[in-house]
Each structure stands twice: as C-alpha cells, then as structure tokens.
Write a protein that binds this ligand. Sequence first.
Ligand code: GLP
Length: 265
Amino acid sequence: MDVIILRDSDAVAAEGAALLLKVLRQKSNAVFGLASGRTPLAMYKRLIDDSRAAGLSFRDVTTFNLDEYLGLQATDAQSYRAYMQREFFDHIDIDPGNTFLPECAAGTDPLEVGPAYEKLIRSRGGIDLQILGIGRNGHIGFNEPTSSLNSRTRIKTLTRETVAANREHFDDAAEQPQLAITMGIATIMDAGHIVLLATGSDKAAAVRQSVEGPVSAMCPASILQLHEKVTVLLDEAAASELQLLDYYAWIAEQKCKLLDSLKER
Ligand code: GLP
C-alpha cells in the first residue's frame, strides 16, 4: 500500500487525476471504476481540464461506477447517474454507451442488476483502475460495516449514519433512498490498481482504521491491505490520526532519491 500525504485537497485531486491520465496514456481503451460523493468532485474538474490540455481522449474508455441509489432514475437530479453526467461525462468525449452504473431501470428486477453488472464488467476485461472515496464508517462504495469481504454487486441497506451524511443532497428527506446497489468488496478487489482518495479531518479515524487497523468487515476499506496495488491519497487532515506518519514521509523521501538516481544512470 502506498500512502501518499499531500498538502491539501487540491493536491489530492491533482494526483488522483494524474494517476488516471497515466493509465489512459498507456491504454486508450482503459476501463475505469469511478466513485461519486463530495471527495472526487475536484478530481473530475482536474480530469476535464488536464485531459483537454494534454489532448487526451476518452473516446474508447469504459467506466463502471461503484454504486447507485435504488429507486432513483437517471432523470432524478440526486441520482449518481445525474451526478456523473453533470460533473464529468457531459464535459469529456466519452461514448455515453460506455458509461455504466448499477442502475435499476423501471420495470427491471432489482435482484438481477448485480449479477448482470458483474457479467458486464467481466465482458469489458475488468477494471484497470478503480477510484474510491471512503465513508466516515470505513465504507467503500455502499459496502457498509459487516458487509461480506467477499461480496459482489448487490442491494445494500444504508446505515442511518450514511443516510444522515448524504441527507444534504436531497431537498426532501422522504425522497432519500435507504437502499442502494453497490459493487461488492470482491468486485472492487478485482481491479488492477485501486486509488483511494480521502480529505478532511472527518475521515481521519476511518483512514487510520483502514490503513493501520486490523482487516475487518467492521471497516470495509481495511480489506485494501490485502490488495497488491493500492495508492492512498490523503490531505494532511485525513492523515492526521495515522500512527506511522513519519514513516510515510520517509518512504516518499527514499522514493524520490531512488527515482533521481535511476534518472542519472
Ligand atoms: C458515499 C458513496 C461512496 C463515497 C462515500 C464518501 O455514500 N456511496 O462511494 O465514497 O460515501 O462520500 P463523500 O466523498 O461525499 O464523503
């Protein structure tokens, strides 16, 4: 696990965008796993601007979002589909037919959405790079504490805490769903590279438990300790409760030295 501590949330957004664009440069038909929520908003802005500036195209890219509320349609402004269109897809040259969320269209059996989503991800060759945010209770996607660490895309009941945290996005509490369809933890773990973004002091405890705590279903993000290639991008506030802060800074220093010495060769 690479734990990278950056000055502020802008630097986290810039680094997240840079990692994604690096993959796009190497593979024009890359498959990206994307997240919603407040945290990745600045990264999407950077991606729009930086891809334009670098002349990079999303024409052949496929995206799979982590989750969607059950009961909201794409036309609902609070749906994650609407969020993705508004914040990202409408501003890049991606083929709309290659952007997927675990949506349950009216008339579809919600129990069929998960297995179909898994099949679709596999049919596109799997996810090259997965962007993740983290909930204050350590959730990833909508995999709440006690989610099976081997879970696949399915319906999840949100905790009261998560419902409260996302309340501000809904004008009317009665319209806020308590259920969602989310990629499972095993689905997320199948990605080739996972990049977790966390900013702000309200994420510090979840970050500490995920990075330095025991692997436990009580903190779903802690499973990332078992993945071969994870980059954790934190601002100083989100990193503030980590025990090994000095060690992460030391690693960054040694890495720079190594890269410099390789350049000189
Ligand atoms: C939401 C989403 C997650 C997101 C997390 C944190 O409920 N389902 O995918 O990463 O909670 O959200 P935020 O970035 O708004 O703090």
